[in-house]
Design a protein. Structure first.
Lengths: 120, 207
């Protein structure tokens, strides 16, 4: 396990917040959605500044990895490492991005997206 | 103590949220972010990725002192369609040398729209080549810039050497209805492609 506390100064190199790790525990897709319950976010308070910021962004509204990176102003790769850690630690819930793999499943998903667009 | 109704976010935990994405590609300044902004429920956001050794390609950072990383920015938007369905629109970085980033953006996408400025049609060659070589379904959208010549769609198809089965439409990237129509075309095309592949018995991912 990685130590939970992230060292930070006024100026940090991008991967300093991950203690130099650049490989995430799992490769989360850009559009994969993450959510955070009140309980999870309360726990994240003790997981360090950056993880708590991430939890705060996802609380009450599910957000994609890309949105988390944009709102926290952290580079995508850094965000992915932290988010994957948080999923492993139970601080965030990862929803699978477009999990449809079978023909009918994929058609259903496309059909839902199509009607969603038409209703806009 | 019954907290069953206390924590609505907690109750949502079991519900899977599915996200889908559509990619908006095209040359620099062709209106990708404008298109995304015309239909996104949020002001387009920017995510920055640092170019690391794995994605160096043309730029070899070891030969450039003091320049270890390059930042690649991509803009995206969001359309929440239902409580359990979110559509994301991702713009590709303008410069095609950031191919590694494109690969990440298109992975798992429903399809793509390649936006073309008819005044700078050659800018579309690289993005079109890219999609020709990928399995991702795509459509070509000609952005109707003020004062740009209004070619016949078939003329453009010929000059860009776009195959007849790729949909080609005019659009106004600033106009919500027009953008909506482009996205509808992308999804319809993706469905047709999927149906055709299914009938022919491939690809392998069809289960």
């Amino acid at each position: 396990m990685e130590p939970r506390r992230d060292p930070r100064g006024a100026l940090v190199r991008p991967y300093a917040v991950t203690r130099g790790r650049t490989e995430p525990l799992q490769n989360i897709a850009l559009e994969a959605v993450l959510s955070c319950t009140f309980t999870q976010s309360a726990e994240a308070r003790f997981a360090g500044h950056d993880k708590y910021r991430i939890a705060t962004v996802c609380e009450g509204r599910a957000q994609s990895l890309a949105e988390i990176a944009a709102y926290t102003r952290m580079p995508l790769g850094v965000t992915r490492v932290l988010v994957a850690d948080m999923v492993a630690e139970g601080l965030l819930t990862l929803h699978t991005a477009a999990p449809a793999t079978g023909f009918q499943e994929r058609m259903n998903l496309l059909g839902r997206v199509l009607s969603g667009l038409r209703e806009l | 103590m019954d907290f069953a109704n206390y924590d609505p976010a907690g109750a949502d935990r079991s519900r899977e949220i599915i996200s889908a994405k559509i990619v908006v590609a095209g040359g620099f300044g062709v209106g990708k972010t404008t298109l995304v902004g015309a239909i996104s429920e949020i002001t387009p956001l920017t995510t920055e990725a640092l170019m690391t050794a794995a994605g160096v390609g043309i730029d070899d950072p070891s030969k450039v002192p003091g320049k270890e990383t390059t930042t690649v920015a991509m803009d995206f938007g969001r359309i929440t369609m239902a409580q359990d369905l979110i559509l994301y629109l991702f713009g590709t970085p303008g410069q095609t040398r950031f191919w590694f980033m494109w690969d990440e953006i298109i992975r798992g996408a429903v399809g793509a729209a390649v936006l073309v400025d008819t005044r700078r049609i050659t800018d579309a060659f690289a993005p079109l080549d890219y999609f020709e070589n990928r399995k991702l379904p795509y459509v070509v959208a000609l952005n109707r810039f003020d004062g740009a010549p209004l070619y016949e769609v078939e003329e453009v198809r010929e000059s860009l050497a776009i195959s007849p089965d790729v949909p080609l439409v005019w659009c106004d990237a600033r106009n919500r209805e027009s953008v909506k129509q482009v996205l509808v075309t992308v999804v319809e095309h993706a469905m047709l492609r999927l149906q055709a592949e299914h009938e022919r018995g491939y690809p392998a991912s069809v289960g």
